[in-house]
Design a protein around this ligand. Structure first.
Ligand SMILES: Cc1cc2nc3c(=O)[nH]c(=O)nc-3n(C[C@H](O)[C@H](O)[C@H](O)COP(=O)(O)O)c2cc1C
Length: 217
């Protein structure tokens, strides 16, 4: 029966345990081994065609995080969590991006780029349609939420807290982080909860009832 690695109950226990942590213990740091796993997990997220039109900016520098906090309306996870990740999407897609990707496939799989010409043209066509149609930023930014999801599930299973955050001023973040070709779309703070000082920690998780959220036909 496939390559099963986790039992139903263990998985659900992790997902029920996680919550959008509001208060972090600034003295508790994620270990290097766990952090390496989290970075690997977000890098393994699927993306459309596999182009990965994003970067993950891992911010541990305390001064940078102090500068970012007011641009995130003072949210304390920005400075207090062990790590902060800014998910930044690429603002456009060029033929050069596709050619880079085709060369990467050729290198990793040990094949000639000539065998990938048709695939490359399909991708260039999709990229051009997205640029000309004015939706390349929508397309690329959506991709960045898949690694965010991977991060949230990975951390939950590792017993590490995480907070997804859209409450920030992207233009200010881009300026502080020196981004021009990329734009931050969502953040994740990662660390360990300060449960005693987190108003959300004792509250039950609120979700729509099964019958309203899942449509079975
Ligand atoms: C895309 C996204 C953006 C969010 N932005 C913020 C935020 O800026 N600040 C915050 O404290 N929580 C933020 N949240 C957390 C949500 O409020 C939270 O996930 C939701 O209420 C469900 O609760 P739970 O995550 O504790 O299960 C965000 C969540 C998502 C998925």
């Amino acid at each position: 029966m496939g390559n099963r690695l986790v039992e139903n109950q263990v998985l659900l226990e992790g997902l029920n345990w996680r919550y959008a942590t509001k208060a972090y213990d600034p003295t508790k740091k994620v270990s290097d081994a766990d952090w390496a796993t989290i970075e690997a997990a977000i890098s393994l997220a699927p993306s459309s065609f596999g182009i990965q039109p994003y970067k993950f900016i891992v911010i541990t520098d305390p001064e940078t995080r102090e500068m970012l906090k007011p641009a995130a309306y003072g949210q304390t996870p920005i400075t207090d969590a062990s790590h902060l990740v800014a998910f930044a999407y690429k603002k456009t897609l060029t033929d050069g991006d596709i050619e880079y990707f085709v060369e990467r496939i050729a290198e990793v799989r040990g094949v000639g780029t000539d065998t990938l010409a048709d695939y490359g043209n399909v991708m260039k066509g999709s990229a051009k349609r997205a640029v000309d149609g004015g939706y390349v930023e929508t397309w690329n930014s959506r991709q960045a939420y898949i690694p965010l999801g991977f991060l949230l599930e990975t951390t939950a299973l590792l017993g590490i807290d995480a907070t997804p955050m859209e409450g920030f001023d992207a233009a200010k973040f881009n300026g502080i982080l020196g981004l021009t070709d990329y734009s931050v779309v969502v953040l994740a703070a990662v660390g360990y909860r300060d449960a005693a000082n987190d108003w959300l920690a004792p509250l039950a998780k609120v979700r729509k009832p099964d019958g309203e959220i899942i449509v079975r036909i």
